[in-house]
Design a protein around this ligand. Sequence first.
Ligand SMILES: O=C([C@H](O)CO)[C@H](O)[C@H](O)COP(=O)(O)O
Length: 210
Amino acid sequence: MKLQLALDLVNIPDGITLVKEVEPYVDIVEIGTPIVINEGLHAVKAMKEAFPHLEVLADLKIMDAGGYEIMKAAEAGADLVTVLGAANDMTIKGAVEEAKKQNKKILVDMINVADLEKRAREVDALGVDYICVHTGYDQQAAGENPFEDLQTIKRAVTHAKTAIAGGIKLETLSEVIKANPDLVIVGGGITGAADKAAVASEIQRLIKQG
Ligand SMILES: O=C([C@H](O)CO)[C@H](O)[C@H](O)COP(=O)(O)O
């Protein structure tokens, strides 16, 4: 089980300072969609240059032009890129094809997919690397969480690795670990903590313990 730190509400210098604090405890650093909107793919390039030993995920949430957008993210140095599960199969296929060419990985974000089990089976058959259940900020604000969704995709997915995101905190981590995803994505649960290194270290310890 790997740990991904999601950076969403910071600029590039503050993001780099934050990663320095928690660097030993995380496997993947996510350049979140709000950062890509604010700063562009330069943020991916800057993070990869600052931490070449960490994997960097570009959270582009691709919905169209899969091949082209993967190519651009790869040029910026992304190791993994997100594509939406709600996208057309042709978009996901184009993304997978380009990612294979570039030796990169695709994480499919299932945010707001209505029939999760059915779509997870379909997306799994397209050869993606990760399928991720995700309760977005707006749904989190309405009290939703991704825990049951993880169990749903665990039943459906046979090839891809599974991932979970959306409001995960140290206090709720045990519920996530029980369902045994391959990747746990934590944003505010680390970035909003007073002692980020202590929280990240404890999350990593619990994840490794399984
Ligand atoms: O993908 C995300 C969100 O849609 C904003 O772009 C977040 O990175 C993801 O939800 C993880 O962050 P937390 O919910 O704060 O853990």
